[in-house]
Design a protein around this ligand. Structure first.
Ligand SMILES: [Zn+2]
Length: 108
């Protein structure tokens, strides 16, 4: 599990690019917890920007999606490898919103 975790951490860090600090912890239920912190947005006296998601591949994708949106919004000059997932991340966000709207619209 430890080797697999550090391999995932290296892969995620490479995808997230130089602005990100990626940590993968093992949670109470032996699940991976992904934490992506922005190294630049820590320097402003506020709490560091971070995405924190538990879960296996779902958690990884959710944390990375948030990171992709953060990069696009705050660091538009970045060319991190994960930006190639921007279209897919937007699609997932759109699907989540559509599902939420459908849930709200459903009569009791
Ligand atoms: Zn940032």
């Amino acid at each position: 599990m430890v080797a697999s975790r550090s391999a995932r951490e290296r892969k995620a860090a490479a995808q997230a690019g130089p602005l990100a600090r990626v940590r993968i912890e093992v949670g109470a239920q032996e699940q991976f917890v992904y934490k992506i912190t922005c190294t630049e947005c820590t320097a402003k006296g506020h709490r560091p920007w971070s995405a924190y998601r538990a879960g296996a591949d779902n958690g990884f994708m959710a944390a990375m999606d948030r990171w992709v949106f953060h990069l696009r919004e705050k660091h538009p000059a970045s060319d991190a490898p994960c930006l190639e997932f921007l279209a897919a991340a937007e699609q997932r966000l759109h699907e989540r919103r559509t599902q939420q709207d459908a849930t709200r619209a459903r009569p009791d």
